[in-house]
Design a protein around this ligand. Sequence first.
Ligand code: PMV
Length: 505
Amino acid sequence: MNKFAVVEQILQNKPFTNPRDEGHAFAPINIALCKYWGKRDEELNLPMTSSLSISLGSKGAYIRVTINTKPKDEIYINGELILNTEFVKSLQNFLDLFRPAKTFYKTTITIDVPIAIGLASSACIYAALVQALNHLYRWQLNRTRLSILARLGSGSACRSLWKGFVEWRVGTSPDGMDSHGFPMGHVWPELRIGLHVINRNKKLISSREAMRRTVATAKLYPSWPTKTAKDLVTLKQAIRNQDFKLLAETAETNALTMHAIMRNAIPPIIYTLPETIQARKTIWELRNTGTPVYFTQDAGPNLKLLFLESETKTIREAFPELEIIAPFSNPENAQVILVDENDKAIDTKEKLIAHQQGHLHRAFSVFIMRKRDNSIEMLLQQRREDKYHSGNLWSNTCCSHPRPDEDIISAAQRRLQEEMNCFADLYRVGKFQYFAKFANGLIENELDHVLVGTTEKESFLVNRREVQDYKWMKLSVLLKDLQHNPDKYTPWLPKALQIVLASSS
Ligand code: PMV
């Protein structure tokens, strides 16, 4: 089967007509803890084995796609028009899969890592690009389908559709419809990834060519599927039990085995540089002296360090240039205010830790409303599928937490702008305390301030990192639907809504 047939099967009758002015999307970088190395189908990027990765939160690629008015594709990376590189050619080949006659695209990529040096840049780019096209053409494909499409651009891209830990299941179907990412849903706020860039030069051999040569010539390659299958089971167990040593040790030996097998290819593939070996030795030395730090390495000389928040200071001293990423924390919103029952601030805590340990904290829920034909309508938000809890559920316009130095109204206006691209004057109508435990173990224990406002804006260019969808809904219809289909809505919505209704009666 070829790529075009897969695209046709996924898009079926989805049209290329009626595009928006612009499609846009963000996708995070993902770092494999159990590597994908070797294809069973080169055309469709179908892997020999399953793999497992962690996405790097808000570090990744943001892409905007428009139909170009000029009769050619234009690809800008970080503001610069890029012409005729291998990377641009492969992006154009990928765009060919989604190109109605005489259509050219202007693609604007903003990415915060260098490209093609083994830092997983292509994964987040293809994952963002399929989502941007999905947005441009209003296809509303689900993430699984988008993951299959992203795989056609770069195998590992199929894991960048989700936050957190993602498994790419190998699948058995020749068309690859069962070979895509699966989000694991576990969160681990203390986990840190350090990007240690040793060399910014473009890699001399592409991962595609290196995989091909390894599979075809390395005598050790037949041991790789058995090794990865075992590592995958161990990693999943380590994630479930939050066993850092088991997780990081397994990831490190997995990477070292992949590099050993590459070195066994004819001729050998060696991405490792003397500086890589030096950095590995520093890591092993730190470990010998009691600092639990490990690494993983992809198709390049650079290392990704794995450690826990508590070791940050020691690791920073050993690697002063290290870029440290907290994959599970949202930097916009990292600290929440812990309060007592009377809403008196008593401490601050990292957002995810507060939700893990169930501390009572200050929050707000915003309701944007309007009057249409004598009835009240509410602006509802559907939370993005992979939010840390209540993904896919419909809720009020926007909910979040004020930062430690922020008053509630300014925080709510800021988040309303960031999530919904909407500005409104907001009024406080009351507050309530709310407790819920979610299936992934997180706990909401909030003192929730309810705010209302209104807007004349009809449609919104929402932040796709947070918001799956939005709609205006008549209050009367919402109240009925909340009774008949409560599972479609977040658990706090009815409680917050009661406060809004009480304030207006
Ligand atoms: O998706 P590709 O073709 O860039 O290959 C990625 C290969 C590794 O980064 C080395 C491993 C992985 O699973 O990400």
